[in-house]
Design a binder for this molecule. Structure first.
Ligand code: BG6
Length: 303
């Protein structure tokens, strides 16, 4: 990105006491948001929310200290957007896992400040020949992020083609926790899940989720909010969703994290992914002309 482009972005979309655009590590362009309620940062590559911290709180979102910032590479941590499929592609294993939305450029469509002091940013995925080859459906994706005391993320998918298509998606958010041993996740009791660590076998959750080894699960038909109950920080992170039926819970644990090379020593202990998703048997069929909107909202409560 040239300094001229950065100037253009700032001229059109910067708002005093809300948002400005800077060049960040690896040359990535970052929207830096700071308002009376919170601060956040979002890379234009992937419309990737990297940080979110309400005033007076520990960060809500985890970003690896060892994250790599490079064009075309997904950042370890933050809130990667998995779209238009989740996990491996259904029929073509050569296509990238979790789709391509997290590694392509998005454009800023709008920024605004609300009367309540929140900052709203709207991004549109930019198609290119490679994305069209991977996803041969006329469609558009927009991500609208509202930064206030809570963080709201809306992923909108419009079908502009004459036929329906099947969509998989996730807001693959990494949450910052005090220590994995001091937290549990509630809201999933009684839900079926597919256990990726055990060959996708189908199991039923009993009670809250505690993590003491690698966990990689897709919970399906989840009825309501999930809560990360963090004894160490004395807080709960509430994860509310709309039009999302799956929740993915992931922690790679020691060995896998070490192999990935961008977690750092014991990095996995300070994070858990609780992903708002439509995945596996919860994938969505989007009809011609329809816009499907999946929303996740993260807020913090005292314990
Ligand atoms: C999770 C998947 O959502 O994402 C895991 O369930 C996967 O299987 C993880 O390992 C991280 O994926 P990636 O591609 O960002 O390393």
């Amino acid at each position: 990105m040239s300094s001229q482009d950065l100037n253009h972005l700032n001229q059109h979309f910067a708002i005093a006491s809300h948002v400005r655009f800077i060049e960040g590590p690896g040359g990535l362009v970052i929207a830096e948001i700071a308002n009376t309620e919170a601060s956040a940062s979002i890379a234009l590559q992937g419309a990737h929310i990297m940080t979110f911290q309400p005033k007076g709180q520990e960060p809500v979102i985890w970003l690896s200290k060892f994250a790599k910032f490079a064009a075309g590479k997904s950042i370890r941590g933050g809130a990667p957007v998995c779209w238009p499929w989740f996990g491996p592609h259904a029929t073509d294993a050569s296509l990238p896992g979790h789709g391509y939305a997290r590694t392509v450029m998005w454009q800023v469509l709008e920024t605004r400040a609300t009367a309540d002091g929140e900052t709203v940013l709207r991004f549109g995925l930019i198609d290119n020949d490679s994305t069209r080859a991977q996803w041969p459906h006329a469609s558009s994706a927009e991500l609208t992020v509202t930064v206030g005391a809570a963080l709201r993320i809306e992923l909108a998918t419009r079908n502009d083609s004459p036929a329906g298509f099947v969509l998989g998606e996730a807001l693959h958010t990494y949450f910052h926790i005090s220590d994995v041993a001091d937290m549990k996740i509630s809201g999933l009791d009684g839900c079926d899940f597919l256990d990726k660590v055990d060959g996708f076998s189908r199991k039923k959750q009993q009670g809250p989720v505690s993590i003491e080894s690698e966990v990689d699960r897709v919970y399906i038909n989840v009825p309501g909010d999930c809560l990360i109950e963090d004894q160490g920080f004395g807080r709960r992170i509430r994860i509310a969703s709309e039009n999302a039926r799956s929740v993915v819970v992931w922690n790679p644990w020691t060995e896998k994290a070490d192999k990935m090379g961008d977690f750092g020593p014991n990095g996995h202990r300070g994070m858990v992914c609780v992903e708002t998703a439509n995945a596996l048997e919860n994938v969505v069929t989007v009809a011609p002309g329809e816009t499907h909107r999946m929303v996740a909202t993260y807020s913090v409560e005292k314990m």
